[in-house]
Design a protein around this ligand. Structure first.
Ligand code: 13P
Length: 340
């Protein structure tokens, strides 16, 4: 384990004014998103779409520190034969890789999930390092509902996250540790805080037991937000104070940075909330690792057609820039409108 490399990469991933592009949708997930925009899915269309994003070189250079890829993508080449990984590196960003095999039903615990993918992970990480990945991602999902989450489901997921993180560091790959408390359902913001706190405390305990170097990882949590179906929604200021209250109680200052997922928030919501979070600030850099909140509009505009490439890239550049401003607490609604 090369501690210096891990620490340097982790710090670069949360460099000031930059965040992470999560472009690691699995084939079934990207297929669903393509279908919603009437786009056919094939290895080629998936490549074309990601090539469109990764060739937004100026937007990436200015605003994006790292890009999370899916297994298929890390092996693909652009239309002109350049490996997609090289496009990312040329834009000055770090390639990363999703290594979990997705959330599966947890046996004996209806409505709860366990993320799989530990078997053979050591060997896969070795290959991904050779392919250029310097960080990885593993997402655990925790649903809130009646009588869930159970302590057992949280425990099982935290344990898997810790084993994954230790394997990554052994392979000189920085783990993004992502325990996502989902925002589906009708729970209020207080319940989201309570569950997120329990999840994060459990995860950091398991990371400690697994001897994970906190200085060489990045935490990717959900913000504390009410469920989508909750009648009482929250302002960015409320989300910011709830989220930071939980994080300050759970995440050691040794963690080099925190990169939030967007989790189903709209693009502007995710930016406004991140901005409010940064107006309060924490002992860590607080940035984004967004999938949908960076890609919804670009994907819609692209719609699988070459002639829409520039419009899609402009929309992606816009969202990346707005979120970069939010990492510095410098975003405003007026800027959003002026630049759109
Ligand atoms: P969203 O921002 O769309 O939640 O995706 C982030 C991510 O990488 C989920 O694992």
């Amino acid at each position: 384990m090369d501690r210096d490399q891990l620490v340097n990469v982790a710090r670069a991933m949360v460099a000031p004014g930059k965040g992470i592009l999560a472009a690691d949708e699995s084939t079934p997930t990207i297929t669903r998103r393509f279908a919603a925009s009437g786009i056919e899915t094939s290895a080629e269309t998936r490549r074309d779409y990601r090539e469109m994003l990764f060739r937004s070189q100026e937007a990436i250079s200015a605003n994006i520190s790292g890009v999370i890829l899916f297994d298929e993508t890390i092996r693909q080449t652009a239309t002109d034969g350049t490996p997609l990984v090289k496009l990312i590196e040329e834009a000055g960003a770090i390639p990363g890789i999703k290594v979990d095999d997705g959330a599966k039903p947890l046996a004996g615990f209806p409505g709860e999930a366990i993320t799989e993918g530990l078997d053979g992970l050591r060997e896969r990480l070795r290959e991904y390092f050779i392919l250029g990945a310097r960080f990885a991602k593993w997402r655990a999902t925790i649903d809130i509902g009646e009588n869930i989450p159970t302590a057992y489901a949280v425990e099982a997921n935290a344990h898997a996250l810790a084993r994954y993180a230790a394997l990554c560091q052994e392979a000189d790959i920085v783990p993004i540790v992502e325990p996502e408390v989902l925002m589906d359902g009708s729970h209020d913001i207080e319940r989201s805080m309570e569950v997120t706190e329990f999840v994060l405390k459990t995860v950091f305990m398991r990371l400690y037991e697994a001897r994970v170097l906190l200085e060489g990882m990045v935490l990717k949590p959900n913000m504390a937000v009410p469920g989508k179906k909750c009648a009482r929604q929250a302002s960015p200021e409320q989300v910011a104070s709830a989220t930071l209250r939980v994080l300050r109680n759970c995440a050691p200052a040794a963690v080099p940075g925190i990169a939030f997922l967007s989790g189903g928030q709209s693009e502007v919501e995710a930016t406004a909330n991140l901005n409010a979070i940064n107006r309060l600030g924490g002992p860590w850099p607080l940035t984004f690792s967004y999938g949908r909140a960076l890609q919804n509009t670009p994907l819609k505009l692209w719609a699988g057609k070459f002639e829409n490439l520039r419009a899609a890239q402009a929309a992606f550049a816009h969202r990346a820039h707005m979120n970069a401003l939010a990492t510095q607490g410098r975003w405003s609604n007026e800027q959003e409108k002026a630049a759109a």
